[in-house]
Each structure stands twice: as C-alpha cells, then as structure tokens.
Ligand binder design. Structure first.
Ligand SMILES: C[S@@+](CC[C@H](N)C(=O)[O-])C[C@H]1O[C@@H](n2cnc3c(N)ncnc32)[C@H](O)[C@@H]1O
Length: 285
C-alpha cells in the first residue's frame, strides 16, 4: 500500500469508487489527497494503474480509474456487444465454426474474437493482399477471415502443428469456398517459413501461435515482407500480464520482449492497438 508524501489518504467506500470512480477521485483530489477505498488505493496521477494493480484490483477497475488520466474507453460487456453489433455480421459459416470450436472446451478460447475476424478481412483488402501468411490456424476462423479479404487469385499460407484442430479448419475452408486459396502446412512454423523464398513478397502476415516463437517468426517474416506489407501480432497484451512485474511466465516474457523489440525497430512503423487481447500492426518501411 502506498503512502504519498504530501498527500492525505481520503477514505472512500469501495462501492462509491466502483459506482462513480471519476467522482470519487475528484473528491479525493479536491481534499488534497488520494482515494483509499477499502484497501484499494486510487492514486491521483500517473501512477494509478501500477498502484491499483499492486493492490489486486480487477483490471476493469484499473482501466476505469486510469481512464481519468488517459484517453481510452473501457469496454463493458454491453459496450462490447455494441461494438460487435456495429461490425460486419458474422455469417452462418463462421458462426457454426465458432459453435463447433466452443464444443472443444477451454481450448476454444484460442480462437480470435469476432471483431478481429472482421478486422483481418478489412486489413487484407486494405493491403490488397495477394500473398498472405498465417502462423497459428487452429480451427480456421482467422484463416477464413483473411482468405475472404484476399485479392483475386490471392493465396494464404497457413502454418500449424495440429492435424486434429486443422481438420476442422479444412472442413470449414471448403464450406466457405476458400479451400483453393489456402495452403495449409502441418509443421513447426519456423520450418515452413524457412522454405519460402527470401525475397520480399508477403503482403500480410498474421501471427497467433506459440508466444515464445513470436520473435523468431518476426525475424523470419520481415525480410520476406514487401515494403508497406503488414505483420499483425495477436495477444500482445496477454490479458494484461505484460505489465504485471510478478508474471515471469515464458509466454509473458516473450511477449514483453517482442513488444519492446518491435516498438524500437526502425525497420517498421508499428502501432499497438487494444483490440481484444491486443493487436500490434507492424508496417515494413
Ligand atoms: C491461438 S491458436 C490460433 C487461433 C487461430 N488464429 C484462430 O483464429 O482460431 C494457436 C495455434 O498455434 C498452433 N501452434 C503452436 N505452436 C506452433 C508452431 N510452433 N508452429 C505452428 N503452429 C503452432 C497451435 O496448434 C494452435 O492451433
């Protein structure tokens, strides 16, 4: 718990903070201090996220309180539904695929979110993708989304190691009428990438596989990406773990490393966006 030199601790019932975080912080600030809400401290200033996290609040609450100081709108389930309702509707094929994938159990959470699918289709169109690569296909939702946005005669190379999950993908590729555009290779993605020409021909790459592999995929893809081509990385926020100093899982460490590396890499122009679990788009200069 933090005591702030020169600032008074202003006790505020936690319910009040949750009901009206902005008002609670404003009252604390007016009183010349910071809000102390039943063990969770809301520091007025730039430290809000870090200090709240240390106190174990839910991420949503961090976000609400932090939004006082930074420009973003936290999603609630209702707002998320609103976002989805204002995106292109999921068609019957993707809806059936999501239902069949959900029946696999907890692994289904690996599937991208519906708005990410719409985004990938749009992005493929925007970059006029003729050659696209996907690393991590699973049951095929993102692959179908990308394939639908390909330019005429465009091709998507899909990399995965699972025969079982991609058997589902193959069925839905056929049903969606994109099977002819997709080359699915079952092998570790680095091995598949190594078979590609070293020339810069790829327009769009989507990386959504083992997190420890992301840095290697980036370095294998970048020389093969054409100028203004885009690499998209999924899960760059890793459920918020990337800013949790206590989280030293290999996947978290790998994503932090990737995020730092891409942000500092002058070969690309990269933006990180809080879509779903975080997407980074890196455009090759
Ligand atoms: C998060 S899922 C991909 C989800 C998919 N993009 C979708 O929209 O449903 C990750 C996938 O990466 C695959 N994978 C894991 N390690 C891999 C590797 N070394 N090479 C290729 N694929 C790998 C897994 O088999 C799994 O299907």
């Amino acid at each position: 718990m933090c005591d702030r030199p020169g600032m008074a601790r202003i006790p505020i019932p936690i319910d009040e903070v949750l009901a009206d975080p902005c008002g609670a912080l404003a009252r604390a600030r007016e009183a010349g201090g910071f809000a102390d809400a039943g063990g969770a401290v809301a520091v007025v200033g730039d430290d809000a996220v870090r200090e709240l996290r240390a106190d174990g609040w839910l991420h949503a609450n961090h976000a609400i309180l932090a939004s006082m100081h930074r420009k973003f709108t936290s999603l609630t389930p209702a707002l998320y539904d609103y976002v989805v309702a204002h995106n292109p509707p999921q068609d019957e094929i993707l809806s059936d695929l999501a239902t069949e994938t959900a029946a696999l159990g907890p692994v289904a959470m690996m599937q991208i979110a519906v708005e990410q699918g719409a985004f990938l289709t749009l992005l493929a169109r925007l970059v006029d993708a003729r050659r696209a690569v996907e690393i991590g296909t699973f049951t095929g939702y993102s692959a179908i989304s990308i394939a639908r946005g390909l330019a005429p005669a465009g091709r998507l190379l899909c990399c995965d190691v699972s025969d079982e999950w991609t058997a589902i993908a193959r069925r839905y590729f056929a049903r969606a009428g994109v099977a002819e555009r997709i080359d699915l290779r079952i092998a570790p993605a680095l091995e598949t990438l190594a078979t590609l020409p070293a020339t810069p021909e790829i327009d769009l790459a989507f990386v959504d596989a083992d997190k420890a592999g992301y840095r290697g995929y980036y370095e294998a893809l970048l020389p093969r990406l054409r100028r203004n081509g885009v690499i998209v990385f999924d899960n760059v926020l890793w459920g918020g773990a990337v800013v949790d100093g206590a989280d030293e899982r290999a996947s978290t460490v790998a994503l932090r490393d990737l995020n730092d590396h891409v942000a500092a890499d002058l070969r690309v122009e990269a933006v990180m966006l809080p879509i779903a679990d975080g997407l980074t788009l890196a455009r090759k200069r």
